[in-house]
Ligand binder design. Structure first.
Ligand SMILES: C[S@@+](CC[C@H](N)C(=O)[O-])C[C@H]1O[C@@H](n2cnc3c(N)ncnc32)[C@H](O)[C@@H]1O
Ligand SMILES: Nc1nc2[nH]cc(C(=O)O)c2c(=O)[nH]1
Ligand code: SF4
Ligand SMILES: [Mg+2]
Length: 208
């Protein structure tokens, strides 16, 4: 059984695939926050910009990999190019398994994943984005890209080893400090060229 908060077709807003059409499959639930506002202040991860609680109007409970892969394929609206699905959440590695990866591959999709890095990634993922969180165990230390939300005082880019990732991004923390955090991320990227700026471009243009 897979519990999906929402399934939608949009452009990937972040990281190296920004601008690419993708089906987003947002799984319900996370291991670093309950998702309830009342718990945010004592959560491990306190800056989350996402509602991943329960099942939304375009989500669902899927009994098996084949039925979820069929729903993902139904969501794809493109004609040319390669089909792309991004599994996110919540924390997708609490639910994503070999059967689901195989099922979406069989439906012609490349598989992207957005994870907090606290769980080892299963084999077969085509694009792995790891976004470690201060105060959380960081287990998955390699991948295609690391996307560090900035700033996190105990997890700053100067002390983060990004050498096992192909791309390294600083993504300004959204919230009340977004403007200042964006300027600080720009300043950091200007003085340490190992890190590049990732803007949440979907928010800038009003995409989901
Ligand atoms: C909502 S998370 C879901 C996937 C996974 N749980 C994770 O944290 O990577 C998706 C992406 O949004 C980033 N993110 C979450 N809250 C953010 C915020 N307030 N500002 C900027 N990026 C944020 C995360 O770091 C992650 O890269
Ligand atoms: N357009 C769009 N791009 C995204 N990239 C990562 C997202 C996420 O929440 O995981 C996200 C999202 O929520 N929307
Ligand atoms: S780990 Fe990801 S989904 Fe979980 S609370 Fe943090 S940003 Fe949100
Ligand atoms: Mg998002």
């Amino acid at each position: 059984m897979y519990t999906v908060k929402e399934l939608f077709y949009t452009l990937q807003g972040e990281g190296a695939h920004a601008g690419r059409a993708a089906v987003f499959c947002r799984f319900a639930g996370c291991n670093l926050w309950s998702g309830r506002e009342a718990d945010r202040a004592r959560a491990v991860c306190r800056f989350c910009d996402t509602d991943f609680v329960g099942v939304g109007p375009d989500g669902g409970r899927f009994a098996d990999a084949a039925s979820l892969a069929a729903a993902v394929a139904q969501c794809w609206q493109g004609e040319g190019g390669r089909r792309y699905v991004v599994f996110t959440g919540g924390e997708p590695l609490l639910q994503l398994d070999a059967a689901l990866i195989a099922a979406v591959h069989a439906a012609g999709f490349e598989v992207g994943v957005e994870t907090n890095g606290t769980l080892p990634a299963p084999a077969g993922i085509d694009w792995l984005c790891v976004s470690p969180k201060a105060g959380a165990d960081w287990v998955q230390r390699s991948g295609d890209e690391i996307k560090l939300v900035y700033p996190q005082p105990s997890l700053m880019p100067g002390v983060v080893d990004a050498s096992s990732f192909v791309h390294a991004w600083l993504q300004p923390m959204d919230g009340p400090g977004r403007a200042a955090n964006t300027q600080a991320a720009i300043d950091y990227c200007l003085q340490d060229a190992r890190w590049r700026l990732s803007l949440q471009s979907h928010k800038l243009v009003g995409l989901r």
